[in-house]
Design a protein around this ligand. Structure first.
Ligand code: NAD
Ligand code: UDP
Length: 337
């Protein structure tokens, strides 16, 4: 495939890994990011891994004129929209910042794409739109709700995308609901580089393992799960990235919009994740049991059936590969990029 794609949020964690898969699948990529949560060094590393060049522009997706200028110069066939803010706790304190970035940013991008005649989009949604799921594994037709502004921003954009594809069936939109991405590119050159203290489990464990943080606080050990700790569906970021290639192939093949989960279908407890990471790094990860984190749910994992049927995609990498790759990235890049 030699069409050109616009990738927003391309220097971020999931965007950078997806760019590698897209380039390796033969697509051309134009990368944009406002660098609010990433480094332009990721773009150099994408180029190093793939041997392909990636034009990069520092552009905010809310900047309509900059986007229009760029798309006037480039012949884009589709966009993959990763750009957004993603911290649940920050969103509670700064709801307007989150709605502006994630909702207004998406609307501005959609307007510019529409004006330019581009009608194919892949959107980064999240399992958070399922709120506290009534049953697991979670199927795509489960009820939706949000418990914080971040989740609401994803839900709003999903609804906007539904309205848009109903108003103009020319639009082909893939809404991808990610479960919990973890791991890194196997080269150790790309990975997650959180600013400040990580919120998410895997990067937190990784920073304990490398000696940057003293211990992991386990948020609750009295959940109704096998060992009392929270259960999530951790998916290797390269499997997730590959899911975008499959989603794009489907969008180019069939004139339809769709929404799918990207998860493994397997739930892992916090203590199982810690044990796997200890194997990978060969050292003990000190833990302290702490109170439950407000807003956390006990168990969340995907039904991966729809993605398998619709996209012919499934996650292939194991938990051990995920933590090995995460550890390689963290130990080779203890201070990030
Ligand atoms: P990330 O922060 O590493 O990447 C997002 C990128 O978007 C960053 O490089 C940031 O600088 C950029 N960005 C933010 N606002 C922007 C704006 N207004 N204009 C241009 N660039 C902007 O996060 P990620 O983990 O790679 O997440 C990518 C997408 O996937 C996000 O939309 C996120 O909400 C969604 N998502 C992430 C997770 C997760 O656990 N990582 C789970 C579900 C969904
Ligand atoms: N968690 C934890 N300590 C941490 C971070 C997370 O015990 O420092 C737990 C959290 O309670 C949840 C799981 O790890 O059960 C995954 O949390 P994360 O924030 O990575 O993902 P999310 O809860 O958003 O799915």
């Amino acid at each position: 495939m030699s069409d050109t794609l616009l990738v927003t949020g391309a220097s971020g964690y999931i965007g950078s890994h997806t760019c590698v898969c897209l380039l390796q699948a033969g697509w051309h990529v134009i990368a944009i990011d406002n660098l609010s949560n990433s480094s332009p060094r990721t773009i150099e590393r994408i180029q190093e891994i793939t041997g392909r060049s990636v034009p990069f522009h520092t552009i905010d997706v809310r900047d309509e004129s900059a986007l229009t200028r760029l798309l006037n110069q480039e012949n884009i066939s589709a966009a993959i929209h990763f750009a957004g803010l993603k911290s649940v706790s920050e969103s509670v304190n700064k709801p307007l910042t989150y709605f502006d970035n994630n909702v207004n940013g998406s609307i501005t991008l959609l307007k510019v794409l529409h004006q330019q005649g581009v009608r194919k989009l892949v959107f980064s949604s999240s399992a958070t739109v399922y709120g506290d799921p009534k049953k697991v594994p979670i199927q795509e037709d489960a009820s939706l709700s949000a418990t914080n502004p971040y989740g609401r921003s994803k839900l709003f954009v999903e609804q906007i995308l539904n309205d848009l594809s109903q108003a103009d069936p020319e639009w082909r939109i893939a809404t991808l609901r990610y479960f919990n991405p973890a791991g890194a590119h196997e080269s150790g050159l790309l990975g997650e580089d959180p600013r400040g203290i990580p919120n998410n489990l895997m990067p937190y464990i990784a920073q304990v393992a490398v000696g940057k943080l003293p211990h992991l606080s386990v948020f609750g050990n009295d959940y109704p799960t096998t060992d009392g700790t929270g259960v999530r569906d951790y998916i290797h970021v390269m499997d997730l990235a590959q899911g975008h290639v499959s989603a794009l192939n489907r969008l180019f093949a069939k004139p339809e919009s769709f929404t799918v989960n990207l998860g493994t279908g397997q739930g892992i407890t916090v203590l199982e994740a810690v044990a796997a990471f200890e194997q990978a790094c060969g050292s003990h990860i000190p833990i302290q049991v702490a109170p439950r984190r407000p807003g956390d749910i006990a168990t969340c994992y995907a039904s991966a059936d729809k993605a398998r049927e619709l996209l012919n995609w499934q996650a292939n990498k194991t938990l051990d590969q995920m933590v090995d790759d995460h550890w390689r990235w963290q130990s080779h890049n203890p201070n990030g990029y």
